[in-house]
Design a protein around this ligand. Structure first.
Ligand code: NI
Length: 170
């Protein structure tokens, strides 16, 4: 079954920083794993998915924000943000915290470096939703959820909402 269960807020794997991936060790399993990640992301109507969201502590994520409705798929192996600029404040959500959204400041523009599905390095300047998605997914790989980045006074009501919603998620 290619669609995997998405881990939810409170599960340990989401709070754990993921170790870097040795491309040579994962290469053989990567096509099937990516297929599952895309299928899981699409079934949940997400714009990104990180490996810990399917229970794997690997520095790997996928992003497709479909600019203008057209698919542009990014595979991020061992990604890093090499520069960030400006601020954008938009509503953010997460497939691991379904049904809950909050406004959050992120860098307006970022430059991301990663390895792709073929093991080759790529770099990309991003802004708007794509920049936000890159930052959100890379946070997952560092064991962080967007709610962890909310200022204290904004975080408390969100944590209360999560507590109330948890029964529905399981
Ligand atoms: Ni997320």
């Amino acid at each position: 079954m290619p669609v995997r269960r998405i881990t939810k807020h409170g599960e340990r794997v989401l709070k754990t920083a993921c170790p870097s991936v040795d491309y040579g060790r994962i290469e053989g399993d990567l096509p099937a794993l990516l297929k599952d990640m895309w299928a899981t992301m699409n079934a949940a109507r997400g714009v990104g998915l990180a490996a810990p969201q399917i229970g794997l502590s690997l520095r790997l994520a996928v992003v497709d924000v479909r600019p203008d409705g057209k698919s542009e798929r990014f595979v991020l192996l061992n990604p890093e943000i090499v520069s960030r600029e400006g601020v954008q404040r938009e509503e953010e959500g997460c497939l691991s915290i379904p049904g809950i959204y909050a406004k959050l400041d992120r860098a307006a523009r970022v430059r991301v470096r990663a390895l792709g599905a073929d093991g080759r390095p790529w770099e990309r300047d991003a802004e708007g939703l794509l920049a936000r998605a890159f930052q959100h997914e890379i946070d997952h790989l560092d064991g962080k959820l967007y709610v962890d980045r909310l200022p204290f006074e904004a975080r408390l009501p969100v944590l209360d909402a999560i507590k109330d919603a948890k029964v529905r998620w399981s």
